[in-house]
Design a protein around this ligand. Structure first.
Ligand code: SF4
Length: 175
């Protein structure tokens, strides 16, 4: 048996769903959040996001925490476990999908099979998200990149993205 056959992939440190989301939005924001440089807490977008998380669908229960991940809601419907992620808008829908799939994978690793449901209450819109092999592979690659980016001594340079106007670091990056 060759050395390659016996190689075991290096386990990655635990990465929470929020970092996955930031990775998808902006690598600089990912680095800043990972290093606990908190954005402006008075930013109205952050305030409204909190309100939405606290109030929307409150009757279905509260957040569920799993290591570094916070799931907005976990509900049971027709015998299936559903992880619900609530977003203010669908403008960053790919980030929201990736974050939700990450939660599904976290549960799968603990022997729990679940589906995802993305909700955009302001748009009266929902989307079902299913974890499949393509997502598993993509997430593994994303996590490896997150480890590399956050291990850098400095954040990546600021690069304008559509999210900047809604980002809590906008003053920090662009003033
Ligand atoms: S303001 Fe823009 S460049 Fe700066 S962290 Fe936020 S999204 Fe990234």
């Amino acid at each position: 048996m060759s050395e390659e056959d016996t190689m075991i992939p290096t386990p990655l440190p635990h990465i929470g769903g929020t970092l996955i989301w930031y990775y998808m939005i902006c690598h600089r924001e990912l680095w800043l959040m990972a290093h606990a440089l908190n954005p402006d807490e008075d930013d109205p977008n952050i305030e409204y996001g909190r309100f939405l998380h606290e109030r929307a669908y409150a009757r279905e229960g509260n957040e569920v925490e799993l290591e570094n991940s916070k799931m907005d809601r976990v509900i049971e419907r027709d015998g299936h476990i559903i992880v619900v992620e609530i977003k203010k808008s669908s403008s960053a829908i790919d980030s929201a999908r990736t974050q939700l799939v990450h939660y599904l994978m976290e549960l799968e690793e603990r022997g729990i099979s679940a589906q995802g449901e993305l909700r955009f209450p302001e748009e009266r819109r929902k989307e079902i998200v299913i974890l499949d092999d393509a997502w598993r592979e993509r997430l593994r690659n994303i996590k490896e990149e997150i480890v590399q980016i956050t291990a850098e001594p400095k954040p990546p340079p600021a690069k304008r993205v559509s999210w900047c106007s809604r980002c809590g670091y906008v003053e920090f990056c662009w003033s």
